[in-house]
Design a binder for this molecule. Sequence first.
Ligand code: AQP
Length: 331
Amino acid sequence: MKRQIIFSGVQPSGRLTLGNYLGALRNWKELQYSYDCLFAIVDLHAITVRQNPKLFRSQCYDSIALYLASGLESKLNHIFLQSHVPAHGQLAWILNCYTYIGELSRMTQFKDKSQRHQANINAGLFTYPTLMAADILLYKTNLVPVGADQKQHLELARDLAMRFNGIYGDIFTIPEIYQPPLGARIMSLQEPNKKMSKSTTDLNATIFLSDAPDEIVAKFKRAVTDSENEIYFDANKKPGISNLLTIFAMVTNRSMEEIVEEFRGYGYGKFKSLVADSVVEYLRPLQGKYNKLRGEQLYLDSILLEGANYATKLSQITLAKVYDSLGFIVY
Ligand code: AQP
């Protein structure tokens, strides 16, 4: 029986974070055994914010090495750079013509990023969600595993697919979202009401997957909590401690109830050290694999090439169908 298709991606817009890992990559690793998976490094998305070209190229290689180090098996998955597959841009243009300004104006990521990059509120930042819809729809994707911040974009992708199908017939598969029960939104260590983000200006706010153990320990030590000094889960009242509890539960694979029960009487300082040590141990094997893989550029290139060839072929099938439905002349 044909397996269902997964598509997802991460922007190489900086160093990947613990949020990217717990909200996305970790789930990809679990899902790779049951689905046909395409995982992109979405470099076209990343240029909606200015990037330094030399650093950017290096971050693209960092990302693919991290994908593999996270446990994605090259034999099971197709890993590629979005810019290597022309159909992403081609379909994005078409979908732009079926997306309303009002819909894009409601996107919270656009509002948030235009606040943060006021000198560069470009059209790409605005139409980012139509490119994301193209990414997903090109591959007849059934399931998209993403963190909570991408839910709104995914809903738009579904709306666009249904709108297009409503006019032209059964062209696109309607994708479903996959969100993890825990970790869909790992929060900033400094502003626990905001999500942890790779493009943060406050380096203490984010755990990067490449952080050294002493950096991880120092960041958790400085994590913002509250003045109550009692450990229990309440994301609204105690966002800092609840975030630490979530991270701890995920990296130790223990239930929230069990952890809260065990650590209720602990002081915050002691608990923070425990979380830090668990994260250091959790990331150790990943970091070891990453350090080895990152130097193997020819190997990384070979994976990207295979991925791009496969994705290009698959994407052309959907694109031809779309062109034909629109009345474009297709040979
Ligand atoms: N804090 C987070 N918690 C859980 N999941 C997260 N993701 C991102 N941050 C968290 C998920 O990681 C995947 C890739 O995200 P992205 O690189 O496409 O962009 P983003 O969502 O905008 O992530 P960042 O780290 O905040 O990047 P910048 O700073 O460049 O904007 C997605 O599935 C996302 O949900």
